[in-house]
Design a binder for this molecule. Structure first.
Ligand code: ZN
Length: 593
């Protein structure tokens, strides 16, 4: 038997109907001055302050004789427990009704949790190993199973069997909260890539889901990414953290999202995105799902092992902004669809359409001229995660513009080295110097201004000017020029709208049976005419606007026409004269003969 760790957690889905997990923490030798415990205020990978303690209820602390100890709050997320002799036990409940990849969710069908939602940190013992008993809810012990990349507590009493309830083990608190846990009766399938078992776990009702096809497609993505980072050994990077990699997929009507972890990922997808047995055609939604798989898997290297120095270690007590999300999310967003192409899951033409869509979303928005991607990275928690009707006018996405910047950097490196070096070489160098040994004790991270030096080392190219113009600055990305200079046969052009459609320059959102303006583009006819985000469209020139007729109504008009648009601003009817514009030209990618 191994030495018993100082901290021992126990979690039980106590009342699935009320969505309550019961958690106990046993601390063998609490701080004699009074043990402090704290909850994370954010979860790595998602940079909004979420204050997970908001869902914690009925906290109490007991000494080894069962005597209750005073629990004094030091802040919203930190408490001090009165000093005691011998073992300390802390009890609380967690309300788990957040169906997202970032929180915890429990009902009669399944349980899911991130450690940040349920496990308080025992201050002073964060670097020590801990045990975790994951126990079943009453009445389902035989049917529910456990899916997680957290290691079973091998060599300890009551060690969980594979997929079983029982005892698990984490080397430290950082590891404990980086292996989310799914429990229930999901559909599963496994495949091998890079010498590691990969498990796909689908929770939710999924009639006739084609597991074999999904597994085969994911296998190709995973192995292609592994081969880029480890062209010699072709080994997956997980041996240092777990015996497996787990994709936990929550299937809902139209959910979407993902969160990366060191040996697993939590995903959400719409039911219709998943392929059905016997139906072979690929839908755009399934391609998007595979892009999500590709994205989160790429994070296994880029942000879970290669990290910004600011995240080594994570400070979960407060926001920890970094300017480098353009690397960690932007590069990852560039590579996600690129790996669908490289693994043969999509054709070049489809890849160019995906890229074209990103280009047309990013480049025309006013925000791209006001905020750099370095600023966007730094302000992620405060701006990107708190978007409103004005956001496209004010900010830029370090995901989408980061992806286009990554593409430009890739083309730039190819151009400067006559095709001898590329962004792949940068990724491999970062992997070798920062990532490969991250969980073997080499916890260096990339400095805020470190990319110039890394690229110089990887490609012998100076990107100081590139960074100044396109990362720290907001100069328009030289896509056309770089496509040409890099030797690529792909070209970018702007093609004018040939239909003669009139243009307002606003986005709408259906709200009940009305159409609300969700965004007015800066400088657009809608803006110049006086319309605002959050106005509800009522009529155009005396004709009622409904969600189902707005586009058809607009087809009656030509650029240059002056129309009267009636809106409700709150509950007040207002009329605005708007001179309609011409639909802006769209970017098009094509392959030169
Ligand atoms: Zn990401």
């Amino acid at each position: 038997m191994n030495k018993t760790p100082a901290t021992h957690y126990r979690i039980i889905p106590k009342d699935p109907a009320a969505h309550l997990f019961s958690v106990a923490i046993h601390v063998a030798e609490p701080d004699p001055k009074g043990q402090e415990i704290s909850f994370a205020t954010w979860i790595p990978g998602s940079y909004l302050i979420r204050d997970f303690s908001q869902h914690v209820e009925q906290m109490k602390a007991l000494d080894q004789n069962g005597q209750e100890l005073a629990v004094t709050p030091l802040s919203q997320s930190r408490w001090k427990i009165a000093p005691c002799q011998g073992r300390l036990t802390i009890h609380y409940y967690v309300y788990a009704w957040d169906l997202s990849v970032r929180g915890a969710h429990l009902d009669q069908q399944h349980g899911f949790f991130n450690g940040t939602s349920v496990f308080a940190e025992v201050c002073g013992l964060s670097d020590e190993p801990c045990l975790v008993d994951i126990l079943p809810p009453k009445g389902v012990a035989d049917s529910w199973k456990v899916y997680t990349s957290l290691n079973e507590a091998e060599g300890f009493e009551n060690a969980a069997p594979r997929h079983g309830f029982g005892r698990y083990f984490a080397r430290d608190y950082d590891e404990l909260i980086d292996h989310p846990v799914e429990m229930g009766t999901p559909k599963t399938i496994s495949f091998e890539a890079g010498g590691t078992e990969h498990e796909l776990v689908f929770t939710g009702i999924t009639p006739n889901i084609d597991l074999e096809r999904i597994a085969a497609d994911c296998q190709r993505i995973c192995q292609t990414e592994i081969d880029m980072f480890e062209p010699q050994s072709r080994q997956a990077p997980f041996a240092d953290t777990a015996s497996r990699y787990v994709f936990m997929v929550m299937v809902t009507e139209n959910g979407y999202g993902g969160l990366e972890h060191r040996s697993s990922t939590a995903l959400m997808t719409g039911r219709n995105a998943l392929p059905i047995k016997g139906k072979d055609q690929r839908t755009p939604e399934y391609t998007q799902f595979l892009g999500l798989v590709s994205h989160e898997y790429f994070h296994s290297w880029n942000v879970k092992r290669i990290k910004p120095q600011r995240f080594t270690p994570y400070d979960l007590s407060q926001a920890t902004p970094t300017k480098l999300l353009w690397v960690f999310e932007g590069f990852t967003s560039y590579y996600d669809d690129l790996f669908l192409l490289r693994s043969g899951l999509i054709e070049q033409a489809e890849y160019l359409r995906l890229l074209e869509r990103t280009i047309n979303n990013v480049l025309p928005a006013a925000g791209a001229r006001k905020q750099s991607i370095a600023q966007s990275s730094y302000d992620a928690g405060n701006k990107y995660y708190r978007q409103n009707e004005n956001s496209p006018n004010a900010i830029v996405s370090y995901y989408t513009k980061g992806a286009l910047t990554a593409m430009c950097l890739d083309l730039y490196l190819r151009a400067e080295t006559d095709g001898q070096r590329s962004l792949d070489d940068v990724m491999r160098l970062m992997w070798q110097e920062y990532g490969r040994d991250f969980y073997k004790g080499n916890q260096a991270g990339i400095e805020e201004e470190g990319m110039v030096q890394i690229v110089r080392e990887a490609c012998d190219v100076d990107i100081s000017d590139f960074v100044q113009c396109y990362v720290d600055g907001t100069e328009p990305l030289p896509l056309e020029e770089l496509l040409f200079k890099s030797g690529s046969r792909v070209r970018l052009k702007k093609s004018p709208n040939s239909q003669g459609d009139a243009w307002l320059g606003l986005k709408t959102r259906k709200q009940c049976c009305q159409l609300m303006i969700s965004h007015v583009a800066e400088g657009s006819p809608a803006h110049l005419g006086g319309l605002s985000g959050l106005d509800t469209l009522a009529a155009i020139d005396g004709l009622q606007v409904r969600p189902d007729n707005f586009e058809t109504l607009m087809k009656h008009y030509r650029p240059g026409d002056e129309v009267t648009i009636y809106v409700f601003r709150r509950d007040e009817l207002q009329a605005y004269r708007v001179v309609l514009g011409e639909m802006p030209a769209a970017y098009q990618l094509y392959v030169e003969d």
